[in-house]
Every structure is written in structure tokens, then in C-alpha cells.
Ligand binder design. Sequence first.
Ligand SMILES: C[S@@+](CC[C@H](N)C(=O)[O-])C[C@H]1O[C@@H](n2cnc3c(N)ncnc32)[C@H](O)[C@@H]1O
Length: 400
Amino acid sequence: MEDQVQESPSDGELSDDEDKDFSDDENCLHTYRYMASSSSPEGTADRATAVSAIREMYTAGVPFFCRETIASVVRQLEAAKDKDGCQTIDVKAINGETLKFNLDTGRVCWPTYKDGLEYILAEPEVEYWTYHKMISTGPDFAPPLPICSLYISHCMIWRDHITKEPHRPPRQTSLIDTRNCFLETQRLWSESVACKELESILQQKLPYQTDTVVAFALGTMSMGGERGIRSSLFQHALARTVQDVVKASNQCQVQCFSQDPMYNTVDKQVLGEIGISVLDNPRAFLEVTNSSVVISVAPNIPVKEIVTDLSRPAALIWNTVTGKTHECTDPDSPRVVQLIRDHYEGFTFSGDKDIFSDLTVYVRRADKSKDNGGGGEQRASVDAVDGFVDGWEKEEGARP
Ligand SMILES: C[S@@+](CC[C@H](N)C(=O)[O-])C[C@H]1O[C@@H](n2cnc3c(N)ncnc32)[C@H](O)[C@@H]1O
């Protein structure tokens, strides 16, 4: 018999998934998360103390996301799959101390929430807290000490109370239909002006020694509404184009990795067939290096902040950096804005905004100067970014 879990601030915490595009979808099982309870001898911090410590560390340049911490969490999550193995995850906090999360996989929450249904905690996952989220949460914000940017949580899944079968299992397009749709989409995309322009930018501007393509949040190609599926198909076709261009210019093998927790067995099969390797959250971040091209489209996680702390990739194809932080799951933090302003040249991406949203192709400059150099009619948002670092700090009151 499974334990029943009571929610309380010190024993797990509910949080919205913030996935507005998918939370209304009747097939979406990822509506709520349950924060794994943490054991900390130091208890929790009051808001003022926490915010001031966070600001201080951010201003001092302390990385909020570290490769070693992510790698360690990956190893521990893998080991925890063995139910007889350790069921806690140690996460290194921003200040170097350690916070221990107790896993609750399989526990039942709210058993009588709806007749005949119960919520069960699924496998543990990694959640990311942005700098902005940390310093701007409400007066009740009392994070466990030490303060982390990675938290361990569980997705909550509805299941039948009696049969224990998942409620309303997601409808999936068949493998054959998804494969055919992808091939047709790839054909349409490769004939488009946007594709040809993207190829040309990468061929002319991409620095040498680019050896991996790492994609985030391109969605599922086989589940949910028509619009989401169409976007996902095109976005994966774009990733394949980038892989082909990099391969052709370097004349070497180029691996393409993709991470999105929405991927199901059909997605994984089709992606495998077209040469894209699926990685579980947060594994793909470990593949991002200075020699990568990173692709990310409207993610529900702070890809920009994490990548900015980890490396300086050869190119970034992601949502245009404008300094936006509010109501945004992938905010343009001061460090992100500064990285783009100081080290990248931006090129307009002319793809359909309904499908790709507002992407810009950022290519790392060869030198470290702020000179944009050379001109070019396609240059986009680098200039638009200027002024946002100071503007953001003023907005948040981070510095006098
Ligand atoms: C707003 S949707 C965008 C999907 C797609 N790119 C589009 O434009 O329609 C956000 C996406 O972020 C994905 N996501 C959430 N957590 C993620 C994680 N840890 N790593 C990668 N993707 C994630 C969601 O599964 C979802 O597909």
C-alpha cells in the first residue's frame, strides 16, 4: 500500500508547469509538479536574506548552472532508478553547499480529488529556477537553504484508483503517419526561402570546429493539437538542416541531440531514423560546448540562462534576445543579454512566426571586441539588445 502525501511547504510543494500551450490539452499529463521534499539542517531562508544573497552571488559572477552539478544529478537520477538504490539526490547549491532531496516516486497525492482517480508521483525530474524567479517571487518566498538553481520534482499523473491504469492515455499519431509527415515537412522546409537563408548564414558565418547540434524544446511531432505538431515537425526539420550544413562545412560527423520531456516512443523512433539522438532532461546540457550549435524554440525552461553559464557555443538559434524577463520561462537575464551583446552577431531568421516564433540566428564573433564589424543587411538584434543590461538592473533594482 502506497503512502499518501500531504502537501506542506516543508514536505514537497506544488508548482504550475507554466506550459500554457499544452496545459489545456486534454492529452497533457504534465499539468502539475510536486517538489521533492528536501532535508536541510539550516531550514529555510527569509525572503530578504535569500534575495540579497542571490543578488550578491549573481553580481559577483558566480555561475548559477554548473556542468559538474548537472552531471552529478544525472548520475544520481540514473542510480535512483534502481528502487533498492539510494532514494535521495544531492544537489550542489549556488554557494557550494549541498541540498538533499528525498524522492517520493510512486506516492499517491490527493487520492479523493476526483471520483475514481488519484494523482501519482512519476519519476523524478530536474526543475530549473531562474535568477529572475529567485529574486522576484512573492513575500512568502522562503527557499530551503542552501539555495539551489536546480530542484528535484515529480510530475503528477492521474490514474484510475482501482485499476491503476493511467487516466486518458495520450493519443498518438501512428509511427508511419508521423514519419511520412516529417518527410513531407522536411521537403517543404528545404524548399523555403527561410531554409535557404539559414543555410547561407551558417555557411558564411559559422566559426570552424563546430561538431554538435543540441536542440531543446522542439515539442512532440505526434501528440496534441495540429498546430503544435506542425511547429514541431518544422522545427525538427530545421535542426536536421543545421546538422547537414555543419557536416558539409566541416566534412566530419556531426551529432545532433535533442531534449524535450514531451517526446514519446513514436517521436523517439522517427528522430532516431533521421539521425537525431534523444536525451533525457537534463542530459543535453552536458553536450553543449563552445563547438556546438544550440537550437531552442520557446522552451518552458531557462535554456538561455543555463547555456550562458555553461559555455559560449559557436551559434545560438533561439528566441530573439530583447531583455524580456517577466512572465517568461526562458528569460533574457543580464548575463544572457551581455553575452549576446559582447560576443555574438545576430541575423534575422525569416521563418514563419506561427511555426518558429521569433527566432534569431546568433553566430559567435571571431574576436572578443564589441565591434559588430562588416555590416550586412541581415544583421538583426544585436543593436536592439544594447541598453538592456542597465535597463534590467534598474527595473529589478539590483544595483544602485
Ligand atoms: C511552449 S512549448 C514549445 C514547443 C515548440 N517548440 C513550439 O514552438 O511549439 C515548450 C516546450 O518546452 C518543453 N520542455 C519542458 N521542459 C523541458 C526540458 N527540461 N528540456 C527541454 N524541453 C523542455 C515542453 O515539453 C514543450 O515542448
